[in-house]
Design a protein around this ligand. Structure first.
Ligand code: GRG
Length: 271
């Protein structure tokens, strides 16, 4: 299913090529098609599979979230932010093409996300998807998380949790919400689907902090383990896992279905 998704994305990129500087187009392709795990699209496709929704219907929303995710990585790598020269085992965008290209690539990827939604969805679904993506990616979501992370210094358990939710879990929330929205589910189910993605995003990030403990000496940033003990963090992860399983049962998502397989692979870090 990921191959079909990749061809969809290639086609959407080709539509843009005509009006673009060829070197800039190459730089966009470099960052978007660069061995990312495509974890967010995989989640969406697996949820679609579990609820018998035609996979192709979620491709545009899955591409939109991956475009936003890619823009955030390109900007996050910039010298003004994390200053990373490498991403996914290759030179980061700014290290290969320069800072101006990286700023503009982020701008182009973000706006393309909304174009892809607008071209492929209509009426009510489109309004809800655009609103949700802007909220999850913007100041009430990922950008807000980056602001907290980069521009503030106070760190306690609550702030770490807030950063995780805003920076990571909000885009996951868009993923699960959009599947329910495209499937035309009622608003109470849409809310539960949104909670499912958000809960998974938080769990993913807490787990990451736990795994990061082993790299304490090489780690540049503090993580939640600087304010809670390892045991407390494990207890939080366990309770978050239980919440997730309860929500899945409530939504009748099979515990041995496609979604669960993707979740398991994520935790085994197999992507
Ligand atoms: C620049 C507005 C703005 C936000 C940047 C992405 C980001 C926010 C910061 C990078 C650091 C970080 C811990 C982000 C949390 C989100 C996350 C887990 C990113 C990595 O996602 P993966 O593992 O990446 O899905 P791949 O490379 O597989 O796509």
């Amino acid at each position: 299913m990921v191959k079909r998704f990749e061809s969809f994305c290639k086609k959407e990129f080709l539509k843009q090529k005509e009006n673009m500087d060829p070197d800039f187009f190459e730089s966009l392709e470099y960052s978007f098609f660069s061995e990312g795990k495509r974890f967010r699209p995989r989640l969406m496709m697996s949820l679609a599979e579990d609820i018998d929704l035609d996979l192709e219907k979620v491709f545009p929303a899955a591409m939109a979230v991956e475009l936003v995710h890619t823009y955030s990585l390109v900007h996050d790598d910039l010298p003004a932010m994390d200053n990373d020269k490498y991403r996914r085992g290759k030179l980061s965008h700014h290290a290969k093409y320069g800072e101006a290209s990286a700023v503009l690539a982020g701008d182009a990827l973000l706006t393309l996300a909304f174009e892809v939604l607008a071209v492929h969805y209509s009426d009510l679904a489109l309004k809800d998807l655009v609103l949700k993506l802007s909220k999850c990616a913007g100041v009430g979501g990922m950008v807000g998380g980056q602001v907290l992370d980069c521009l503030t210094t106070t760190r306690n358990e609550e702030i770490f949790k807030k950063i995780h939710i805003l920076k990571t879990a909000k885009l996951f929330e868009f993923c699960s919400y959009s599947v329910a929205c495209i499937n035309d589910m009622g608003s109470s189910e849409q809310i539960k689907f949104a909670d499912l993605g958000k809960g998974l995003g938080l769990l993913f990030q807490l787990q990451d902090d736990l795994l990061d403990e082993d790299k304490k000496d090489e780690r540049e940033e503090e993580n939640i383990l600087s304010v809670v003990s390892r045991e407390q963090l494990i207890a939080k992860i366990d309770s978050q896992k239980k919440n997730l399983l309860d929500l899945m049962a409530d939504l009748k998502i099979p515990p041995d279905g496609a979604f669960m397989k993707v979740v398991e692979k994520l935790f085994e870090r197999e992507f």
